[in-house]
Design a protein around this ligand. Structure first.
Ligand SMILES: [Zn+2]
Length: 339
């Protein structure tokens, strides 16, 4: 048997998956091992290898049967897996600066390794769940969490970009001024931009922009009494799901912002599908369908041919990175790009 592994290196854990040539995943849920990125490349890569051997053993796969490995990590990194020379929040040890993590892991394992950043890996997984790994379809995926991640799959392939910043959808500017009900709001993003998608559509946006804007308009609201915006922001999703008017309004604005963004994507790529997922949508099915409807309401009128563009909910958040990374390795192995 020949299989391909997916390795998702996060801040605190490495998550593994294994997939065979029939595109069947051999690991059901999460298969985790602690991440030791803080201790530098050498310790971290050895840790990844140890965990991969455990994952293989648990799945009755010999280590030698793993023919290729897909790795994903948080960025910033080049399209080929060269970590930023300026460092990043997840790779603080000085030896990580400018480190070629893809090549480092390939040498450690003695196997070919492909690389994606975590946003693009998640997007590829979402795309796969709809179209499989063989198709030539185009999709745009948005993952709403603390920030906003995602990616673009063009004709079946991940758009990585010249410097590895392809699919950095959170920092695309949108014409937010056209959203009804937020006149006077200036949404600032941590990246320094005003009015990009992440500045409107993220947990951070709820804390930094929406609660300070909306709470004075709803005097006596429970969230205002907390006196702690960071804590209050985390409660907004659950309250919105239960029908709280203020919190629903925040999610309506976020959905309409997404609608404006998706409209830009429809006109840029004419994609086969749009996908949305992440912590923001870990809610009841009723809330999820309301949110998807609101996204559509937020989209300017589409051409008749494009108006039926499907908008899907992305499945399976925790394993998305590892599974997307595995699909990338499987695709490259098939094309002979990982020999
Ligand atoms: Zn930004």
């Amino acid at each position: 048997m020949q299989v391909v592994a997916g390795v998702d290196l996060g801040g605190t854990a490495v998550n593994y998956t294994l997939v065979n040539r029939e595109e069947q995943f051999l690991i059901e849920g999460l298969c985790e091992h602690p991440a030791l990125a803080k201790q530098g490349p050498e310790v971290c890569l050895r840790q990844i290898e140890d965990g991969l051997k455990i994952a293989a053993e648990k799945s009755d796969v010999l280590f030698s049967e793993i023919v290729a490995v897909g790795l994903d990590t948080p960025g910033p990194a080049s399209a080929a897996g060269l970590l930023s020379a300026k460092g990043s929040t997840n790779f603080v040890h000085p030896k990580w600066a400018g480190f070629d993590i893809r090549e480092g892991l390939a040498q450690r394992l003695g196997k070919p390794v492909s690389y994606l950043n975590d946003g693009n890996a998640g997007a590829l997984w979402g795309h796969f769940t709809i179209f499989g790994a063989h198709g030539k379809e185009t999709s745009v995926s948005v993952v709403i969490g603390t920030g906003l991640g995602g990616g673009v799959i063009l004709d079946g392939n991940v758009v990585k970009g010249r410097k590895g910043f392809g699919g950095e959808l959170g920092h695309v500017l949108i014409p937010y001024q056209s959203i009804v009900g937020i006149g006077g709001l200036t949404p600032e993003c941590n990246c320094g931009r005003t009015g990009d998608l992440e500045s409107l559509c993220s947990l951070t946006a709820i804390e930094k922009s929406f609660l300070p804007f909306f709470l004075p308009r709803y005097p006596g609201h429970d969230l205002g009494k907390l006196g702690d915006l960071h804590h209050a922001a985390k409660l907004v999703r659950g309250l919105a799901d239960k029908g709280d008017v203020l919190c629903r309004e925040i999610f309506r604005v976020q959905a309409h912002a997404l609608g404006l963004f998706f409209d830009e994507m429809v006109n840029t790529f004419d994609p086969d599908a749009l996908l949305v997922g992440g912590g923001a949508l870990e809610t009841s099915p009723e809330f999820q369908s309301w949110f998807l409807e609101e996204i559509r309401k937020g989209m300017p009128t589409q051409r008749e041919e494009q108006a039926d563009i499907p908008i899907y909910l992305m499945p399976n958040g925790d394993t998305a990175g590892a599974r997307g990374a595995a699909i990338e390795a499987l695709k490259l192995a098939r094309q002979g790009g990982l020999a």
